[in-house]
Design a binder for this molecule. Structure first.
Ligand SMILES: [Zn+2]
Length: 474
């Protein structure tokens, strides 16, 4: 769009540098984003990652790219098995519930749908094939417990993403659990031989009776839907090690090709300055915030408005401010609908050019949302001032409206804004007269006026809080 495609810059974790984004195929972006582990409701820290990825996706589309995004659903791993067994229901029944909740939550946050949401349990054959390849190539071995492990000493690039040091690794030091210490590199499980803790969760495969490790799930599903090399892989900084490091090791050892060209990681979310944890009493899901009366759009705005590579300190004060910011944008757009002034003499045009440049340059620079939003709010302030002077013509207002809608394709917070609904003068008068009649207990007149309003498409209801009216739905 506007010839600027190709001028996007992203900070690539792999090189620790801002790099110009060049996709593998012109005009198309193949993007993988680690999805939820569906053992519980996702929390706002999880949603920070998903909102950042949504902003990235929307910006790529704004810049004219066709985006193919894959987000996996981890519906089998240590946590889902443990939780479903504790609850005494089947793994499928358990994970279905939280998968559905996840889709409800991302819809509430106005997160665009990815093109693919593959479930781990539906891709066991792909994982088995990948593990077999790693065994054949000598990158994997069977441990004495029957599980199959990845031999990280065989992969010379191990540690290139997270920069973890592997030289102190003791040969044969292994870990079977999916999540392990951030400080140490271990041979990790690709295929876990069944044990009692797995209950009825297992697959009978060429590799034996068991289930996949968490890390292999992402490699297998990413490559199935996007090919052996992807443009972009995102996730929270938490997942850089071991998860993403292991994804690289698995994929590159199997294919001999580079797995991902650009790795983008979002920083942590803190709550009131502290790490979020249930035991600190500062742990929130989106549902918690909605129950407290907050609009998910304000939550989206708050999660989005701090640059993704900065720590975000979530506070309720910040959430109130986010709500105010969204309202400011909506009120501005609502006001544009009614603007019909004398014309600004070219001032609006200059402001439009300015904000477009400011917003776009900032977003092209590694999604610098704070700078982009600052440019946008300067613009809102300046056009508001012109509207105060009745200096914005209908045509100018329409142009600004169109631009705001284009920006909102990226931000996703304004949505559909309608004119404030107002009663025609005549109807106001009728409602007033009906009230008088009711006070005088003249029910006949009151009913007649109600019918008259109804014929105008206005429904009147008498409620304990007084008279309410609404327009009849078309
Ligand atoms: Zn993943």
């Amino acid at each position: 769009m506007e010839g600027s495609r190709g001028n996007l810059y992203f900070f690539n974790t792999l090189t620790r540098k801002k790099e110009r984004f060049v996709p593998l195929e012109k005009g198309k972006v193949k993007m993988y984003t680690c999805g939820p582990t569906v053992y519980d409701y996702a929390h706002i820290g999880n949603f920070r990652a998903f909102v950042f990825e949504d902003l990235l996706r929307r910006w790529l589309k704004y810049r004219g790219f066709r985006v193919v995004q894959v987000m996996n659903i981890t519906d089998v791993d240590d946590k889902t098995i443990r939780a479903s067994r504790k609850k005494g229901v089947s793994l499928k029944e358990y994970t279905e519930y939280y998968t559905k909740a996840f889709f409800e939550d991302i819809a509430a946050l106005n997160i665009e749908k990815a093109e693919f949401y593959p479930r781990a349990t539906e891709h066991i054959p792909e994982m088995v094939a990948l593990i077999k390849k790693l065994l054949e190539k000598g990158y994997a071995y069977r441990g004495e417990d029957g599980s199959i492990y990845y031999a990280i000493s065989k992969f010379k690039d191990y540690g290139k993403l997270s920069k973890i040091r592997v030289e102190e690794l003791k040969p044969g030091a292994r870990v079977k659990v999916d999540e392990y210490g951030k400080e140490e590199a271990w041979d990790f499980a690709l295929w876990k031989a069944w044990d009692e803790d797995d209950g009825d969760v297992f697959w009978e495969t060429e590799l034996g009776k068991g289930r996949p490790g968490w890390h292999i799930e992402c490699s297998a599903m990413a490559m199935k839907y996007l090919g052996e090399t992807l443009d972009i892989h995102c996730g929270g900084v938490d997942n850089m090690f071991p998860h993403h490091e292991n994804e690289i090791a698995q994929s590159e050892a199997a294919t001999g090709k580079r797995f991902v060209n650009y790795w983008l990681h979002n920083e942590h979310l803190l709550v009131e300055g502290k790490r979020m944890a249930k035991r600190f009493g500062n742990y929130y899901t989106l549902r918690d915030l909605i129950k407290m009366g907050y609009d998910p759009t304000a939550v989206r705005y708050l999660l989005m408005s701090t640059h993704y590579r900065q720590q975000l300190n979530f506070t309720f004060e910040g959430l109130e401010a986010a709500k105010g910011a969204v309202e400011r944008l909506r009120n501005f757009v609502r006001r544009l609908l009614d603007a019909d002034g004398k014309g600004s003499g070219g001032k609006v045009e200059v402001l439009v050019e300015q904000v477009k440049r400011g917003f776009e340059e900032a977003m092209d620079d590694d999604l610098n949302i704070s700078v982009a939003l600052a440019a946008l709010f300067d613009f809102v302030r300046d056009v508001n001032r012109l509207m105060d002077e009745n200096a914005v013509s209908r045509e100018e207002a329409e142009e600004v409206y169109g631009l705001m809608m284009r920006f909102d394709k990226v931000l996703g917070v304004i949505g559909e804004v309608r004119r404030e609904e107002r009663l025609p003068k005549e109807a106001e008068e009728l409602i007033r007269r009906r009230e008088e009649a009711r006070r005088a207990k003249d029910w006949e007149t009151a009913d007649r006026i109600r019918a008259q309003l109804r014929s105008m498409g206005i429904i009147v209801e008498d409620t304990p809080e007084g008279v309410k009216w609404r327009f009849e739905k078309q």
